[in-house]
Design a protein around this ligand. Structure first.
Ligand code: GAP
Length: 437
C-alpha cells in the first residue's frame, strides 16, 4: 500500500471511530454540517476535560506564580485595533474566476498557483482576508457597535493585567493563564479538528524582565515538552521548529513551534513565542516594581496550546492496531489518568440476577462514587465487551462471575496486554488508585 493511501486510511479510521463511539461529531450535522466546526460527544468531552484539567493543575493550581483568568469572548473593537489584529490578522486568499471557490494562496501547490484545484478554472490575484468573525453588540447598527469574536485568548489576559496586579500584587516573574474558545474564519478549514473555525486554546502569558527573557523562554520550552510527555503524546512524533524571521507573527520576536507528525504531514501542534513588550505597550499598561521603585513594561513569554490539537495528537499517539490475532484488535493506549473511562464493570451474564446485583451494588456503585468515570456494560459476550472498551481506551475491565459470589474477588483485565488477574473486591479502590498514580 502506498504511504499516502496508508495515511489517508489511518485518518479515515480515526474520524470514523470518533464518530461511531461518540467522541466527535461534525457541527450542525443534521443540516448538512458547518465547515470548520465540531461537537464533542460524551467521551470526547471527557477526554477534553482531562486534557484541560491536567494543564490547569500543572501550570496554574500547582504553581505559586500563576493567576487564572476567564475573560469575556466579546471585547471592545479598540482591543483589536490596538493589537493590529483588525488590520493584520489576515491570510492571503485567492478566488476561482469560474467556480468562485476561495483558497488560501499559501496552501496551493506552488507549481499550479494559478489553477483552481477544484475545477481547473483560473485563480484571481491574492488579496488579504481578515480572519476575525465580526458581530454587532446591542441594537445599534452603526460602526460603534462592531465587535469581534476573539481570535486568541491571549488578549483577554493582557487587558486584565492591571486588574490582576492590583488585586494580587504579584512580583515579577509571574504568569496569567486562560483556557477558552477562540474563533478564526479560516479560508480552508481542514484535516478534521486540526484547522477549525471555532476551537479552544490554553494560553499562558508569562511576564518577565527583558534581561531574563531567554532564560524563561528555555524554561517554558522544557515545561511544554514535559507536559506533552506527561499526558501521553508520542514524543518521537514531536519536533521543534525555529520559526524564521519572515514567518513570525507581527507581535513575535522569536517563536518555536512544536510540530507533530500527523498522518497528513508534519504540522503545528503548539507554539512558544517571545512577544517582547508588544502587547502591554500596545494597551499602554505599565507595571510598578515596588521593591526597585521603578515603572517599567514587563516582557512576555507565551506558551500557547490548542486544546483540539492536543486531543488529536493524543488520540493519534494512543491509536493502536494489534494484528497478531485472527481479527485486528483496535485499542486506544491512553495513560489511565487521561482515559475517558477508567474502568468498565460487567456481570458475566445479564440474566443471572445474583451476578447483576453483586456487580451493581458491591462493585459498580462504590467505584462510580469514588472515580466518576466508571462504565457499566452487560451486553453481548465478554469478548465483545472487551473490544468495545479497548476501542475507547478503557484501561481495565472488571468482571463479576460465579466465583465472586463465594470468594469476593473479580477478574480485572488489562487493555494493553489482555492479561487477567483476580483482585479482591475490597481492594479494587486502592488497586485503581495506585495504577492511576
Ligand atoms: N496567542 C498566540 C496564538 O494564538 P497561534 O499559533 O495562532 O498563536 C496558538 O495559535 C495555538 O492554537 C496553535 O499552536 C494551535 O494549537 C491552536 N490553533 C490555532 N489555530 C487553530 C485552528 N484554526 N484550529 C485549531 N487549533 C488552532
Amino acid at each position: 500500500m502506498s504511504k499516502e493511501k496508508e495515511t489517508n486510511e489511518l485518518m479515515e479510521k480515526v474520524v470514523s471511530l470518533c464518530k461511531r463511539r461518540g467522541f466527535i461529531f461534525q457541527g450542525s450535522e443534521i443540516y448538512g454540517g458547518l465547515a470548520g466546526t465540531f461537537d464533542y460527544g460524551d467521551l470526547g468531552g471527557e477526554l477534553l476535560h482531562n486534557i484541560k484539567n491536567s494543564w490547569w493543575k500543572r501550570f496554574v493550581s500547582a504553581r505559586r506564580d500563576m493567576y487564572g483568568i476567564r475573560a469575556a469572548i466579546l471585547m471592545r473593537q479598540e482591543v483589536w485595533q490596538a493589537t493590529g489584529h483588525a488590520d493584520h490578522f489576515a491570510d492571503p486568499m485567492v478566488e476561482c474566476e469560474k467556480c468562485k471557490r476561495r483558497f488560501r494562496a499559501d496552501q496551493l501547490d506552488p507549481n499550479l498557483q494559478e489553477i483552481c484545484p477544484e475545477c481547473n478554472g483560473k485563480l484571481g490575484e491574492p488579496r488579504q482576508f481578515n480572519m476575525m468573525f465580526q458581530t454587532k453588540v446591542g441594537a445599534n447598527e452603526d460602526s460603534s457597535a462592531i465587535s469581534y469574536l476573539r481570535p486568541e485568548t491571549a488578549q483577554g489576559i493582557f487587558v486584565n493585567f492591571k486588574n490582576t496586579v492590583d488585586a494580587y500584587h504579584p512580583k515579577l516573574p509571574f504568569g496569567m493563564a486562560q483556557i477558552g474558545k477562540a474563533f478564526r474564519n479560516e479560508i480552508t478549514p481542514r484535516d478534521f479538528i486540526f484547522r477549525q473555525r471555532e476551537f479552544e486554546q490554553m494560553e499562558i502569558e508569562y511576564f518577565v524582565r527583558e534581561a531574563d527573557w531567554e532564560k524563561h523562554f528555555e524554561y517554558w520550552k522544557e515545561q511544554m515538552s514535559m507536559w506533552m510527555e506527561d499526558i501521553g503524546i508520542d514524543m518521537s512524533k514531536v519536533h521543534e521548529l525555529e520559526v524564521a524571521g519572515e514567518d513570525l507573527a507581527h507581535y513575535s520576536k522569536r517563536t518555536v513551534d512544536f510540530e507533530f507528525d500527523y498522518p497528513f504531514g508534519r504540522k503545528e501542534l503548539f507554539g512558544l513565542a517571545y512577544r517582547g513588550s508588544f502587547d502591554l505597550n500596545t494597551h499602554k499598561i505599565e507595571y510598578v516594581d515596588e521593591e526597585a521603585g521603578e515603572k517599567m513594561t514587563p516582557h512576555v513569554i507565551e506558551p500557547s496550546f490548542g486544546v483540539d490539537r492536543a486531543f488529536l495528537a493524543l488520540f493519534l499517539s494512543a491509536y493502536t492496531e494489534d494484528t497478531s490475532g485472527e481479527e485486528t484488535r483496535v485499542f486506544l493506549k491512553f495513560k489511565p489518568k487521561m482515559a475517558p473511562i477508567i474502568s468498565c464493570v460487567s456481570p458475566l451474564l445479564k440474566n443471572k440476577p445474583e451476578l447483576v446485583e453483586y456487580a451493581n451494588v458491591k462493585v459498580f456503585a462504590p467505584l462510580k462514587e469514588e472515580f466518576g468515570r466508571i462504565a457499566w456494560d452487560d451486553n453481548g459476550n465478554i469478548g465483545k465487551r472487551y473490544r468495545r472498551q479497548d476501542e475507547i481506551g478503557t484501561p481495565w475491565c472488571i468482571v463479576v462471575d460465579f466465583d465472586t459470589l463465594t470468594d469476593d474477588t473479580v477478574t480485572v483485565r488489562d487493555r494493553d496486554t489482555g492479561t487477567q488477574e483476580r483482585v479482591k473486591v475490597s481492594d479494587l479502590n486502592s488497586y485503581i488508585k495506585e495504577k492511576l498514580n
